[in-house]
Design a protein around this ligand. Structure first.
Ligand code: PHE
Length: 329
């Protein structure tokens, strides 16, 4: 009898060792540990034994039951945790979770597009410093000390003679100081003015400057180039005009207006920049022979160009970094 009990126990443990999945484990439980299972059965048979054998057999049977149950429970929890792990298994073939990759700001996109158009028109790109001296920002541009633009309220001064540039026109001077005509450049960049902020004004904004200097350059060349650029950027439908104006560094001077619908759906002219024929005094300041050479220049507000392009009616949107706005471009 005792031998038989031991064998049952050994068999049960041996079978458990072979089991590697939950279904087989459940079969085992039914065969061995359930109410009619062999181990349970074994214990009830002990009761039929003569009293003198009962004690030893009972102790052995209980121990076997305990060992088998323990081995069973242990295997069960091992299998369960394996199952759990396989659920957490990383399937490297699944498509990844998309991450938020950034993209250029709408102003950067606009500048790139403008540079591309001017590149096709034969312009190279020039840059100048945002912290400028009075010579480049004013003096060489024929803006005398009495000119209202010299007023500290019209520029952010850093030191006596040093300021944040109030337009990109100083890049004209820097280019002419180091290059002999023919010149054909565009210069994009930030400019600063202590303007009161509203829907079309900001204390920092972007301009794109153009400068062409050569022999025999006339106002017709300027108008043709501006017309070409505006149509390349906006398409054939756009309406624009030149409106006579004044700048110390160009003569004659004009302002460029684009026709657009304001936020009430009303047709309106919006000024996007200034232009004109380079004033001979400017050529004199940089040592270019004003008898031999003529030239034209313009400076456009990049935000305003973009506002017309996308129907944006408030310049402040460009600088608020609201993703709902930025994601649209
Ligand atoms: N610098 C002028 C401005 O900021 C624009 C301009 C550029 C006008 C070049 C004429 C020629 O308003």
């Amino acid at each position: 009898m005792l031998e038989q009990l031991k064998k049952t126990g050994k068999d049960a443990i041996a079978i458990l060792k072979e089991i590697s999945d939950m279904a087989a484990l459940e079969d085992f439980r039914i065969k061995y540990l359930a109410r009619k299972g062999r181990v349970t059965q074994m214990l009830s048979e002990i009761r039929k034994l003569p009293p003198e054998q009962r004690r030893a057999a009972g102790q052995l049977a209980n121990k076997i039951k305990k060992d088998v149950t323990e081995a069973f429970e242990q295997l069960k929890s091992t299998l369960q945790s394996q199952q759990q792990k396989s659920k957490e298994f990383i399937d490297v073939t699944l498509p990844g979770i998309p991450t938020n990759i950034g993209k250029p700001h709408v102003i950067t996109q606009t500048i790139n597009e403008l540079l591309e158009i001017f590149g096709r028109m034969g312009f190279t790109v020039a840059y100048g410093p945002e912290v400028e001296d009075e010579w480049h920002n004013f003096v060489a541009l024929n803006i005398g000390p009495e000119h209202p633009a010299r007023d500290p309220f019209d520029a952010f001064y850093i030191d006596d003679n040093i300021l944040l540039r109030s337009h990109t026109s100083p890049v004209q001077i820097r280019v002419m100081e180091r290059t002999k005509p023919p010149i054909r450049v565009v210069a994009p960049g930030r400019v600063y003015r202590p303007d009161t902020v509203d829907a079309t004004h900001m204390y920092m904004f972007y301009q794109i400057e153009a400068l062409v200097v050569d022999e025999g350059i006339s106002m017709v060349d300027m108008k043709t180039a501006i017309n070409q650029f505006i149509h390349a950027y906006y398409g054939p439908e756009i309406k624009w005009r030149l409106r006579p104006s004044f700048f110390p560094f160009t003569e004659p001077s004009a302002e460029v207006d684009l026709l657009w619908l304001d936020k009430h759906g009303k047709e309106n002219w919006m000024e996007v920049g200034g232009c004109g024929m380079v004033d001979p005094n400017v050529f004199d300041a940089v040592g270019i022979d004003s008898e031999k050479y003529t030239g034209w220049a313009f400076g456009f507000g990049v935000e305003r160009l973009a506002m017309r392009k996308y129907g944006i009616t408030d310049i402040r949107l460009f600088f608020q970094n609201d993703l709902r706005f930025l994601k649209q471009f």
